[in-house]
Structure formats: C-alpha cells, structure tokens
Design a protein around this ligand. Structure first.
Ligand SMILES: Cn1cc(Br)cc1C(=O)Nc1[nH]nc2c1CN(C(=O)N[C@H](CN1CCCC1)c1ccccc1)C21CC1
Length: 349
C-alpha cells in the first residue's frame, strides 16, 4: 500500500516506473475513472538548490498542452514532497526502444522525428526552449506516439529579451549538448535544441552517439570539431540533414523553420509537419463535462465547463483529462453514482 496519505482516495499507487536524480515515477490508478496515470514523486530534501527546477517545469507544462508533450494532470505540493500526476506512456522510453532495435529504418526514424520536431517547434513558438533533449526524455505511448518529458531545465525566453544563457543555467547531458553550450559561451536555447535534435536523429538512424568518448575532454574536442562518422547505410538526404543540424557554428545551423521544410522530413509524406497544438484550452468536451457535472453536483454542464476552464491542475483537472483519455480511446466515460453522503467517493477537491 502506498504511504502517501495525500493521494489516499484519489490514486492507488503501484510499482516504480523509473527513478531520476531527484525523485521517482510510480505507476498509479486514478480511482474515479480507473485510468492509469504516472506520478512523479520528488523529495524536496533531495532536490536542495535545484528546487526551482520543479517550478520551472510546472510553469512550462501548464502552458505547453500539445499532442507530443506528456500531459500534466494534477500537481500536489506537501511540506516535503511534490506529486506531479501526468499522462501514463506505456511504451516506455525511446532510449530502450532504440537499444532493442539497434537502429531504426529511415521511415520509422522519420515517423518519430516528425513528432519530435512538432513538439519542439511548438515549444519554441510558445517562447520556451527544452535544453535537455535526449532519448531518455522521449516516451512512447502504446500506439507508438512520441511524448516529450522533463522540462526541468527548460528556459522561457521573455519576449524581446534575447535568449542568452550561460553554462550555469543549464547542465543538459554533455553528449547531447551543443558546442557553444559546452564552451560556456552565450547561447540561444532554440539553437541548442536543434543541435540536440541532430544528436537524437543520429542515434535513431545509427544506433550510436556521433560524439562519444569515455574521456570527457576528448568528447568535448570531438563535439567542437563537429566531425562525426557517417555509416555507408545513411542516405545522402539524411547525411545532408545531419550535417545541417550538427553545425558547430550556431548561425550556420539549420533553423526549426527550415527543418520543417526539409526534404528528408517530408520524404513520402504529402502533409507538412503539423506542429501547432491540436488541443484548445477553451474547448471543453461536453460529454465529459456533463458526466462530471452530475458527479460533482453542478447545476448545469455549462457551470461545470466554466469550472474546468479554470485549469487548476487539481483532482478535477485530473478527472477531466482521465475521462477525455477514455473517450479518445473509445471507452465509455463513466463516474461512480452521483456523489453524496452514502458513497465513498473522495471529497470534492
Ligand atoms: C519506463 N517506462 C516503462 C514503461 Br512500460 C512505462 C514507463 C514510463 O516511465 N512511463 C511514463 N509515463 N509517464 C511518465 C513516465 C515516466 N515519466 C517521467 O517523468 N520520467 C522521468 C525520466 N527522466 C529521464 C531522464 C531522467 C529521468 C523521470 C523524472 C524524474 C524522476 C524519475 C523519472 C513520466 C511522468 C512523465
């Protein structure tokens, strides 16, 4: 049984899905809807001075609702822990997927890379940069859709303020970090993300890192050189794209805008990458709202819709998203009988 009393009655907590430097992720069940969710449990003591990373991630996730970004459902802060309830991706990490397949065919790499470019183009359009792109931060759903996670290192480029950072504000994984970031030069988050996406594309196509060495100094030298091995099986078009993304000089690096138009990305696709979000914060699903209005005892579906639109990322937001997920998967959207004193439904939070 889970020892997290703050989750009692709302979620049943199951086994651990993974652990990171500052916390762990547990599989859980959203009790009202029986939907699976993933709960990131972060211990404040373990975080220490990194505490702002959680706030950074929450602020970003509140604004970044996109089909290729793992969705935030519910956010609970207690005295010593954060509980971040998110969409459950049952396909696991892209990292494991590549390891299992060694490397991907161009067509499969393209299927995933188009979704990553879609997520990053959207993140940049909202004034953010992810800054820690790597296969461990890409999750897969059961139907092999890609979901971006871990926005703890992302940066908001205030409108107008040039997005200039130096090393201290970000310590993404060195193997994926852009040369300018490693040199501690002023860098732009967007350009650093393009470099990391280039590294990611290389790992998808080749099944290895382009710049790698056990000795960190030698690895940095390799990154600064921008020279990487191009296996015979790489098509001319994929080589051309990799060279455009892994340009050491940021100004020479391909932009996301040009990337979206690149022939490799659009090969055998009739539609360009749809990078804008398919979700509309102002559009609430009426079927879901109706079922919730009955359960929560709201006088009308419209009143329930107004409440959901507050997006408080409380249990109500979590219930809305869990029911929406059920509906999207063709499952019926039901809640226990109308909540009242007799049934044991959790209190209305
Ligand atoms: C590994 N795995 C295997 C299966 Br099957 C499902 C999963 C799985 O983790 N699914 C999953 N769904 N939703 C999530 C996850 C994992 N997950 C994560 O947020 N996972 C990250 C993984 N990071 C990659 C580099 C460092 C840590 C994490 C962050 C902090 C602490 C622990 C884990 C969320 C909550 C968003």
């Amino acid at each position: 049984m889970s020892k997290y009393e703050v989750l009692q009655g709302f979620y049943a907590v199951h086994d651990e899905l993974g652990s990171g430097g500052f916390g762990k992720v547990r599989l859980a069940t959203h009790l009202l809807t029986n939907q699976k969710v993933a709960i990131k449990i972060i211990d404040k003591k373990q975080l220490g001075h990194d505490l702002p990373r959680v706030q950074t991630e929450m602020d970003a996730l509140r604004n970044l609702s996109h089909q290729n970004i793992c969705r935030l459902y519910h956010y609970i802060e207690t005295e010593d822990k954060f509980f971040i309830v998110m969409e459950y991706c049952s396909g696991g990490e892209m990292f494991d997927y590549i390891v299992r397949k060694e490397r991907l065919e161009e067509s499969e790499a393209r299927h995933f890379f188009r979704q990553l470019v879609s997520a990053i183009a959207f993140v940049h359009s909202q004034g953010y940069a992810h800054r820690d792109l790597k296969p461990e931060n890409l999750l897969l759903t059961e139907d092999l859709h890609l979901k971006l996670i871990d926005f703890g290192l992302c940066a908001k480029t205030e409108k107008g303020r040039i997005d200039k950072h130096n090393l201290d504000t970000c310590c993404g994984s060195p193997a994926y970090a852009a040369p300018e970031l490693i040199q501690g030069l002023q860098y732009k988050g967007n350009e650093a993300d393009v470099w990391s996406m280039g590294i990611l594309l290389y790992t998808l196509l080749v099944g290895a890192l382009p710049f790698e060495d056990d000795n960190m100094q030698i690895m940095y030298k390799k990154i600064q050189s921008g020279c990487f091995y191009e296996p015979e099986f790489l098509s001319p078009l994929s080589k051309q794209l990799l060279r455009a993304m892994l340009q050491v000089v940021p100004e020479r690096r391909i932009s996301v805008k040009k990337l979206l138009e690149h022939d490799w990305l659009n090969h055998k696709y009739t539609q360009p990458v749809k990078w804008n979000t398919i979700y509309d914060k102002n559009f609430i699903d009426r079927d879901v709202a109706r079922v919730m209005s009955k359960y929560y005892g709201f006088e009308s579906t419209d009143k329930m819709i107004e409440k959901i639109k507050e997006w408080n990322f409380d249990y109500m937001t979590s219930t809305y998203y869990a029911l929406l997920h059920r509906k999207r998967n063709g499952m019926e959207i039901i809640l226990p009988m109308v909540r009242n004193s007799t049934n044991t439904a959790p209190p209305n939070v």
